[in-house]
Design a binder for this molecule. Structure first.
Ligand code: SAM
Ligand code: SF4
Length: 329
């Protein structure tokens, strides 16, 4: 088992398999001038499979594949097929923007992959286009409908942005009236790949909840699942639920159970740190599994107490500002 010095059991890894994306959500990436990682610098599928097998042998039961947009990486389904064979892994989940996903749903289900976070910041096509800088709403909406029809374990992610999608909050909660879907509103974080834009957090979780409660006064607080990053609620009589993720306020760190691997193989023990060591480099220097495990255990031992401590300890990259597509969210 992997345990940190704050007695937190680490049983969840999030792997960003690419930094490339076919959208340009303004809170995540600049519109132009992005230099993507070269193929040889990416952690290869074989390296990722070796890593996940090692982690699964040591108590990591859940993996989330994210990016960038994971469906953009060549042979992604091959990778998932191999991943699904790893013993000890109980759950594979995917975070996707839904632009390319729908065509693969049946195959994913046949692999036992049924948990999806679908990012959709607006259900208004015009606002969606303004936020993502691409005209892809119809594909994402169609993917959402297909996921509902196939009864998948589905969560919708929406970053809450002042002046951008506030008018969406109430209609998005309304999606849960007849559908068993969970909509999660995420506080905007400064991971936007831009030196000159630091969002002011006008919509923290309290303001988001106040806004929703003023429209739906009859809200019940749900029991949050263990290690949940969202505070979860249900409007009385609704099939679905909604959650708020205090990603910037960082009130959930005490029960954190996760580590992250970036597309280039950097291990992060916190979203807000600037990386602990590079797994790809260690593997390519012929480290054996024991050496890899020792390095991972050591990193986990030193996992920061919370995101504020991790942010304070950043040395390599300076202030938080890298694109979320290089971390995975
Ligand atoms: N491309 C996929 C997608 O959009 O779902 C996966 C990668 S994306 C980086 C993962 C999640 O991070 C998305 O739900 C996205 O909304 C969220 N995200 C990206 N930048 C963010 C930011 N600056 N603040 C809060 N959430 C952010
Ligand atoms: Fe792409 Fe996801 Fe970032 Fe949007 S949030 S630009 S879809 S990686």
């Amino acid at each position: 088992m992997l345990i940190d010095s704050h007695n937190r059991i680490i049983d969840y890894v999030r792997i960003a398999i690419t930094d490339k994306c076919n959208l340009r959500c303004f809170y995540c990436m600049p519109e132009k001038g992005i230099s993507f990682v070269k193929k040889q610098s990416l952690l290869s599928y074989e390296e990722m499979l070796r890593l996940v097998a090692l982690l699964a042998d040591n108590g990591i039961h859940k993996v989330r594949i994210t990016g960038g947009e994971p469906f953009l990486r060549k042979d992604f389904i091959y990778f998932l097929r191999e991943l699904s064979k790893i013993k000890g892994l109980k759950k594979i989940a995917i975070t996707t923007n839904g632009t390319l996903t729908e065509a693969y749903l049946d195959e994913l289900i046949s692999l036992g992959i049924t948990s999806f976070n679908l990012s959709i910041d607006s259900i208004d096509p015009t606002r969606f286009k303004e936020i993502t800088r691409r005209d892809a709403f119809d594909k994402v909406w169609s993917c959402y409908k297909a996921m509902l029809n196939k009864n998948l374990d589905l969560k919708l992610n929406a970053v809450v942005m002042d002046g951008r999608n506030i008018d969406d909050l109430i209609p998005m909660v309304g999606l849960g009236k007849d559908q068993n879907v969970s909509i999660r509103f995420i506080e905007e974080m400064p991971f936007n790949g831009s030196d000159n834009y630091t969002p002011e957090l006008k919509w923290n979780y309290i303001k988001i909840l106040d806004h929703i409660s003023s429209h739906y006064p009859e809200i019940e607080k749900l029991q949050d699942p263990k290690n949940s990053t969202s505070l979860n609620y249900r409007v009385n009589g609704f099939k679905g639920s909604f959650g708020i993720i205090p990603a910037y306020t960082r009130s959930f760190c005490g029960s954190c159970n996760r580590i992250r691997i970036t597309p280039t193989g950097l291990l992060k023990t916190c979203l807000y740190d600037d990386g602990v060591f590079n797994i790809r480099d260690l593997m390519r220097a012929d480290a054996n599994d024991n050496q890899l495990l020792e390095a991972i255990q050591n990193a986990i031992q030193h996992k920061a107490k919370d995101g504020f401590e991790a942010e304070k300890n950043r040395k390599l990259m300076g202030p938080v500002g890298e694109s979320m597509a290089t971390i995975g969210g």
